[in-house]
Design a protein around this ligand. Structure first.
Ligand code: HEC
Length: 204
C-alpha cells in the first residue's frame, strides 16, 4: 500500500475543487429561486430537479476534494475529474454557448474546474515520478563500488560519505543501497540499530 502524501499541490488542487463546489451550491440555490415563481408544472419540477442535481454535484466535489484529493488519492482524482467535467459541460453546452448567460461570470466554474484539474494532475504526476525514480545510471555507474547509485534520494536521510563513496573500503551503499534494502545477495540493513551495525562491521 503506497502512502499518499498531503503536499502544497494537493492542497491547492483540493481548494480549487472546493471553491468550484461553493459556486455550485450557490448555483443550486439560484436555480431553486428560478423555480419558485413558476406555475406548478413539469417545467417547475424539472427546474427544482436541476437545483437538486447541482447541489449533489457540489456536495460530491467538496467531499471528494477534502477527503481524497487532498491526500492525492487516485480514486479521488478520477471521481472529481469526471463529476466536475460532466457538470461543467452541461453549463457550457446548454447555458453559455446558446448565450443565456454572459461568459463572465459564467466561466468562473469552468476556470476553477481547469485549475483543480491542473493542480491535482501535477500532484498526481509528481508523486508518480518520485515513486518511480527520476534518475538513471549506466551499468558502469551502477557497478562503480566507490559511488552508490541513488535512485530514490527522497527515501533516505543524507548519506554519510562512507555509505555514498566509501573510504578505504567500497561504498556501503554500492552493495546495501542508500536505502539499506540491498541487492538480493547483500544483507538487508534498513532499520537495523546503529550499535548492531557498528558491532558487525567491527567483527567482519
Ligand atoms: C561488496 C559488497 C558490500 C559492501 C561494499 C558492504 N557490504 Fe555489508 N554486507 C555485504 C554482504 C554480502 C553481507 C551479508 C554477509 C553474510 O550474510 O554472510 C553484508 C552484511 C553486512 C552486515 C550484517 C547484517 C546482518 O544482518 O547481520 C552489516 C552490519 C553490514 N554488511 C554493514 C556494512 C557497512 C557499514 C558497509 C560499509 C562500510 C558495508 N556493509 C559494505 C556486502 C557488502
Amino acid at each position: 500500500m503506497t502512502r499518499r502524501r498531503i503536499t502544497a499541490l494537493t492542497i491547492v488542487g483540493a481548494a480549487c475543487y472546493a471553491a468550484w463546489d461553493c459556486l455550485h451550491l450557490l448555483a443550486a440555490y439560484n436555480v431553486y429561486l428560478v423555480g419558485v415563481p413558476l406555475e406548478p408544472s413539469m417545467v417547475k419540477g424539472r427546474v427544482f430537479q436541476d437545483a437538486w442535481n447541482l447541489l449533489f454535484f457540489g456536495a460530491t466535489a467538496i467531499s471528494v476534494a477534502l477527503t481524497l484529493n487532498i491526500r492525492n488519492s487516485r480514486w479521488g482524482y478520477w471521481i472529481n475529474l469526471w463529476v466536475t467535467s460532466l457538470a461543467d459541460s452541461g453549463l457550457i453546452f446548454f447555458v453559455l454557448i446558446p448565450g443565456y448567460w454572459s461568459w463572465w461570470p459564467g466561466l468562473a466554474g469552468p476556470v476553477l474546474w481547469g485549475l483543480g484539474f491542473t493542480f491535482t494532475t501535477l500532484a498526481y504526476v509528481r508523486e508518480k515520478l518520485v515513486r518511480c525514480g527520476t534518475r538513471s545510471y549506466t551499468q558502469e555507474q551502477i557497478d562503480d563500488s566507490k559511488n552508490s547509485p541513488d535512485w530514490f534520494p527522497h527515501m533516505h536521510p543524507p548519506m554519510p560519505s562512507v555509505v555514498a563513496q566509501g573510504t578505504a573500503t567500497f561504498a556501503c551503499g554500492s552493495c546495501h543501497l542508500p536505502t539499506g534494502t540491498g541487492h538480493d545477495e547483500s544483507a538487508y540493513l534498513a532499520s537495523i540499530p546503529a550499535p548492531y551495525i557498528v558491532n558487525q562491521t567491527a567483527k567482519l
